[in-house]
Design a protein around this ligand. Structure first.
Ligand SMILES: C[S@@+](CC[C@H](N)C(=O)[O-])C[C@H]1O[C@@H](n2cnc3c(N)ncnc32)[C@H](O)[C@@H]1O
Length: 206
């Protein structure tokens, strides 16, 4: 059992717990709104690792043309049922199977956390390939050095590694892939969140 099967296993419970979470995350909403303004009419915004689709919904409500992609087929079924007016597809951010330069923006909220450090170059090269010049990527992750392993989540069996990252690791992998970091925000957890320091990086596709 890996990441895909684990998220299939917890998809319903995850959706129930997190679908309304942006209501209590004003800074995250502001950053996503900024991404929408920043991308403007350059092209669609792909929500990579969209889970149940609540971030995709928020992007649409801010005036973007988003679509959601996720490794977990069950997540995609749930997102599609909840937001039938938006497009959701099963996909792996490391190998997206879409044409070059097709999107204006990428939102990756707590989804690169399931990539091992050695996988970042492949994923970020893919981000650059699919973004139009001048496009932007917004990435959120847990700050630190640890790998937190879960073999149970929401009372279901899983086999999930949560890879924490340092700012410099992500920024240098982005830079190496041709994505220039231009903003970094760090925040403490909100009271309803797991107690980790949260980091978000905005990068431009050069
Ligand atoms: C912690 S959840 C975050 C979901 C949503 N972005 C949010 O903020 O609530 C991580 C999501 O990333 C997806 N994911 C993990 N690895 C992925 C990959 N290589 N490609 C696409 N999606 C992936 C998982 O299936 C899961 O839905």
């Amino acid at each position: 059992m890996g990441t895909r099967d684990s998220y299939d296993e917890v998809a319903e419970a995850y959706a129930e717990r997190f679908t309304t979470e942006l209501d209590g995350k004003p800074l995250d909403r502001a950053l996503l709104t900024h991404l929408v303004e920043r991308v403007d009419d350059l092209g669609p915004i792909a929500d990579l690792g969209c889970g149940p689709g609540h971030v995709t919904r928020y992007l649409a409500d801010q005036g973007a043309r988003p679509l959601g992609l996720d490794l977990s087929p069950r997540m995609i079924e749930i997102a599609s049922a909840a937001h039938p007016d938006l497009g959701f597809h099963v996909a792996d951010m490391r190998d997206l199977h879409v044409p070059d330069q097709i999107w204006g923006g990428i939102a990756a909220c707590y989804s690169i956390i399931h990539l091992a450090p050695a996988e970042l170059p492949t994923a970020f090269a893919e981000f650059r390939r699919v973004l139009r010049p001048g496009g932007a990527a917004l990435l959120s992750f847990h700050l630190g050095d640890e790998v937190r392993h879960l073999d149970q989540w929401f009372d279901r069996p899983v086999d999930l590694d949560f890879q924490f990252y340092q700012r410099a690791e992500i920024e240098s992998a982005l830079q190496d892939a041709g994505l220039t970091p231009d903003a970094y925000i760090e925040r403490n957890p909100y009271v309803h969140e797991v107690e980790t320091t949260r980091a978000t990086i905005l990068a431009t596709r050069t």
